[in-house]
Design a protein around this ligand. Structure first.
Ligand code: FIX
Ligand code: ZN
Length: 413
């Protein structure tokens, strides 16, 4: 195989990263069979909670209730006017909308949305999924499935023909957070639980997890945890449920347990979904869990920038932990660059550089376009350093490395 030299390196890396299909290991997009849960189109893009938070910064005079009383198209019109017309769309979330429209061949330099809305009016969900997956070069996505969601649970119970591009993930927040809320959700579903965390209750919680892992063919179990989450913590219902239900079922089934740690929920309730914030977690909790459950593969991402280096070092200590993604408030070019370089330097190719966390289908287009550009930039520098140290890079080796980073196999059992 011909060797890649310093002069052609950047172009070769960029081409390979662009052309390597991605498996997106954490999203909030859904198989079209789940109907209204699958969000797509310009009004959903513009009312994404990241942009909701930003429009209130541009319009601090706007009352939360007044905004929430608007229809979704009215909210989208306001966000477009304030963040794209009256000001340049400088933020990462705004630039994302520009990238989506450009990739779709639509003109973003417009003061109102009628022409863009007309494009989406001509799409079907099924057809648009194909368009988005192709433009984003995404082969598969992992969903976030909550059987206790009143909209989602019944669709699974009825059953539907699965789209193989949408992989199941059992999200357990509704079970484990704010106990005994989970008990109140389990009881009417026929699980013999009480508000204590007796052996019977924990056994029934495991039965719920197993039954739903079977039903959705869950590839891993997932939860979002506050920065205050501690393990061990005998006094904590959350910790008991995680250790004796979630990790136990993950081990029994041989599937990973994903923890997304560091969210402070609703610091500003007026913003609704946009009201969550970030808190620094303690890495000792992650270290103790990885140490005490050596047979479970843990997929970990943390929300505070300050936790990123500690997570890398913890990954060096525990081979059963895979750090993943630049999550939420870390999903910005300046921080993705810093985190990805640190991970390559400390972990080689043994981490998952990114997930999209897309809540709107179209976002797959921009979240992967933006992240691929930075991954290519950082990888190029690493390979440049290696060439200078005498390493011989070929297309075959480059394609192999990028596949390891993007094909999602690192999180498979
Ligand atoms: O808990 C999660 O899965 C978070 O990613 C979401 O709750 C959050 O709203 C989000 O979409 C961040 O990107
Ligand atoms: Zn998420």
């Amino acid at each position: 195989m011909p060797k890649i030299g310093p002069d052609t390196l950047a172009a070769a890396v960029r081409k390979t990263v662009e052309e390597t299909p991605v498996t997106d290991i954490h999203t909030h997009v859904y198989d079209a069979a789940l109907g209204p849960l699958l969000l797509w189109g310009i009004d959903e893009l513009l009312t994404y909670h990241y942009l909701v938070a930003e429009v209130f910064r541009a319009r601090p005079d706007l009352a939360y209730d007044a905004f929430w009383a608007m229809s979704k198209p009215q909210q989208a019109d306001l966000i477009w006017a304030e963040l794209f017309v009256k000001r340049s769309p400088v933020s990462e979330s705004c630039r994302g909308v520009l990238t989506v429209l450009k990739k779709l061949g639509l003109d973003a330099n417009t003061e109102e949305l009628s022409a863009i809305r007309a494009y989406f009016a001509g799409q079907t969900a099924a057809g648009y999924i194909d368009t988005v997956f192709s433009l984003a070069n995404v082969s598969k996505v992992y969903m976030t499935n909550d059987p206790m969601d009143p909209l989602e649970g019944p669709v699974w119970e009825k059953g539907f023909q699965r789209d193989p591009r949408f992989l199941g993930v059992l999200r357990v927040d509704s079970l484990v957070m704010n106990w005994p809320d989970g008990a109140a959700r389990l009881k009417p579903r026929g699980y013999d639980v009480d508000t204590s965390l007796s052996g019977r209750t924990l056994g029934e919680a495991r039965r719920y997890l197993n039954e739903w892992c079977d039903r959705i063919n869950a590839r891993y179990l997932a939860v979002s945890l506050p920065p205050s989450f501690r393990y061990p913590d005998e006094a904590s219902s959350l910790t008991t449920l995680m250790a004796k239900a979630v990790f136990a079922v993950a081990k029994e089934r041989g599937i990973p347990s994903a923890m997304m740690i560091g969210v402070k929920k609703l610091v500003n309730p007026g913003l609704q979904l946009a009201g969550d914030s970030v808190g620094k977690s303690i890495i000792e909790t992650v270290e103790r869990i990885c140490c005490d459950f050596p047979d479970v593969k843990f997929l970990i991402t943390m929300l505070a920038r300050e936790n990123m280096h500690e997570l890398c070092v913890a990954a060096r200590k525990f081979k059963n932990m895979v750090p993943f993604g630049c999550w939420w408030f870390l999903n910005d070019p300046s921080l993705i660059r810093e985190i990805t370089a640190m991970r390559l330097e400390l972990l080689g190719l043994t981490f998952v550089p990114q997930h999209s966390d897309a809540r709107v289908l179209d976002q797959l287009i921009y979240k992967w376009a933006h992240s691929r550009a930075i991954l290519a930039e950082v990888l190029t520098q690493k390979y440049r350093d290696m060439l200078e140290a005498g390493y011989e890079l070929t297309d075959e080796r480059l394609q192999r490395d990028v596949r390891i980073l993007l094909d999602g196999k690192l999180i498979e059992p």
